[in-house]
Design a protein around this ligand. Structure first.
Ligand code: NAD
Length: 373
């Protein structure tokens, strides 16, 4: 199969869909890889590194010439999509939730699109799960960003000049990103607490040495879907949750929010009033910024200051660790590859495999994903 790797064109996107390591493996398996010139520079990967690994680097047009598949981090821009020939397989984070418009563009262009976000949560697909690989890094980076903004230290320090109290960190949403944020804040010496609406999160939070805080009523006990995601909670639950959070948050120095419900706006968990109750110098890192934010004051890709509290709405935290994020993402794609080819290595997506069925948005000019028809 001939695989094309594009330079990402979305503003602020620093990641790339291949590394020297994955290219070496693809080439060793008999595939050919073309990479658009400069595609890896923002992830510390030079054209030379790609070429040494066996790829050919060239212009966008040269890269796409004869490509069976395009591996991308994000949906390519319209001009690039228009250059893809009919039947090209496009694999990437295509923001598919409810995105009928994008699905139509892929179908009209005859592009067979597979969305990494729809990788099912089954054991066999774990190594292909880009949401997990990227969220894990986002959770880590959230704490690093918080520590850089926070004007105090995280760990307790007993010095001859006096004692520094440990920072109090609160993580809202203990999924993949939240659990890594908890672990990172603990490693830095903070006192950590966390909340989630899924009961399964309770034990995971405790196992990382953090305190679990949640309204544990009947609704909480049924809040997890079969796919492992959270359900949208009732107004009544949200009110009880807000009351509990309000009292807790006033005492926190660092808050990291990661609460998401697939395909829905992020639940608003922190009100303006709660922000006003926090001490000046406190920091909120809102990982849900691109879905509207968990905090009422969050602005995507901005640092907002309110009553001395900084609210950071980085919408692409994995992109702030571009080399590692690219390495893991490229590995996710490499692990998916066996499901995209026939035994002889030619392009042949396994359309009947449950992983491909879940990820496939379009095929042969038609929208085939149930949620997008
Ligand atoms: P996510 O990104 O969809 O959401 C982040 C977290 O926010 C979740 O834990 C969710 O429960 C929580 N949340 C939603 N609404 C909330 C609210 N109102 N208040 C507080 N928290 C709220 O979730 P995720 O990181 O993708 O992980 C969800 C689960 O799936 C986890 O248990 C994770 O371990 C599991 N998972 C399984 C697999 C697999 O089996 N292959 C892969 C990845 C993740």
């Amino acid at each position: 199969m001939k695989i094309a790797i594009l330079k990402e064109r979305r503003g602020g996107e620093t990641r790339v869909a291949a590394t020297a390591d994955t290219i070496k493996k693809l080439v060793a398996a008999g595939h050919s890889v073309t990479v658009e010139k400069g595609a890896g520079l923002t992830a510390s990967l030079t054209d030379k590194a790609f070429e040494d690994a066996g790829a050919t680097c060239g212009t966008l047009v040269a890269t796409l010439k004869g490509a069976d598949a395009v591996f991308a981090v994000r949906t390519p821009d319209d001009a690039t999509l228009a250059k893809l020939t009919k039947g090209t397989l496009l694999v990437g984070q295509l923001e598919p939730h409810g995105n009928k418009a994008a699905a139509k563009i892929f179908a009209d262009g005859g592009i067979d699109a597979l969305a990494m976000e729809f990788t099912p949560r089954i054991t066999r697909a774990q190594s292909m799960d880009a949401l997990s690989s990227q969220s894990n890094l986002a959770g880590y980076r959230a704490i690093i960003e918080a520590s850089a903004i926070y004007g105090r230290a995280f760990p307790m320090m007993m010095t001859a000049a006096g004692t520094i109290a440990p920072a109090k960190a609160f993580v809202m949403g203990a999924g993949v990103a939240g659990l890594q944020a908890i672990a990172t804040a603990r490693r830095l010496g903070a006192m950590v607490s966390a909340t989630d609406v899924r009961p399964a999160a309770k034990e995971q939070v405790a196992s990382l040495g953090a305190k679990f805080i949640a309204v544990e009523d009947e609704e909480f006990k049924a809040a997890e879907t079969v796919g492992g995601y959270a359900k949208e909670m009732s107004k009544d639950y949200q009110a009880k949750q807000a009351e509990l959070v309000a009292a807790h948050i006033a005492k926190q120095d660092i808050v990291v929010t990661t609460a998401l419900i697939p395909g829905r706006p992020a639940p608003k968990l922190i009100t303006k009033k709660m922000v006003a109750s926090m001490k000046p110098g406190s920091v909120i890192i809102d990982l849900a910024a691109s879905m509207g934010g968990n905090c009422e004051l969050t602005k995507a890709d901005e640092l907002v200051e309110a009553n001395g509290v900084t609210i950071a709405g980085y919408s692409n935290l994995p992109g702030r660790l571009a080399a590692d994020a690219s390495a893991l993402y490229a590995k996710n794609l490499l692990n998916l590859l066996p499901l995209l080819i026939a035994e002889d290595g030619s392009k042949s997506p396994h359309w009947d495999d449950e992983i491909i069925t879940a990820m496939a948005l379009t095929r042969d000019g038609k929208v085939i994903h149930d949620t997008l028809k």
